[in-house]
Design a protein around this ligand. Sequence first.
Ligand code: C5P
Length: 291
Amino acid sequence: MKTIRVLAPAKLNLTLDILGLRPDGYHELDMLMQAVSLCDSIEIAADTGGARALICEDPAGNPLPDIPADERNLAWRAADLFFQKTGIPDSGLSIRIVKRIPAQAGLAGGSADAAAVLRGLNALCGKPLRPKPLSELGADCGSDVPFCIRGGTARVRGRGERVRPVRLDPVQHYVIVKPPFGISTAALYAASDTHVPARRPDTDALLRCLRQGDAENAGAQLCNVFEPLAVQLHPEIGQIKEALLACGACGAQMTGSGSAVFGLFSGPDAAKRACESLKGGENAVFYAHSV
Ligand code: C5P
């Protein structure tokens, strides 16, 4: 039996622009994505000689009945695709996912797990897939998976499969707030087809601010074209933004198709103070830094 432990970081969309509808039904995107320290941890055991086993639990070891632990889980599907693509026989696989990333949040929790399984299995099996085919396999799992395989900071285009790493030395500090409701990704994409955004991101301007460690001006450049649509559906999103700004965030924005909202802070102390003052209500609140 071979085993490996892999981390699965959540992602934030620092910018998200929709450039149009593609002939394949997906949307053409231009995004700045950032991996953060909020992460799931995954243990993979291969060659177990037994049937496939997938366990999802919280950090205290309690089972998570709302997360499917079978072929409906993207991590399971990633493993199937890996064995199909490499031709390596599946001689028993056990995957244990300790979940910290909230689901239906726009934080790519499921995609991060799938990416971690692909990276983990590739490492366990002696790296049969080079980065490009591994990323292509990721795209077959879901649009966010290629970024999650790469991690760090990246400009992401296409439907999510064109990932260009961006060097960003200053560490950024965030507070992530996840309300108790989720938002349907497909419904937001559909709404975006008939909506002209009043404001669109300037990702190059944001990158200039972040490279200078200028969180104050970077905050003003955060932009996600999904956000006004989500606020129409759930005014709570706007209220969470206001609360983050009132706690000292330099900028606040929904990530992906929501429902989580993050605030960008000038340093770890300011972020951790805000995190403590926002905890205690019905929202889940996390401090995270860029990784
Ligand atoms: O690729 P993934 O399964 O994560 O996408 C979920 C849904 O989001 C798709 O079914 C599609 O409705 C929408 N989507 C899109 N354009 C993208 C990515 C996702 O329309 N670039």
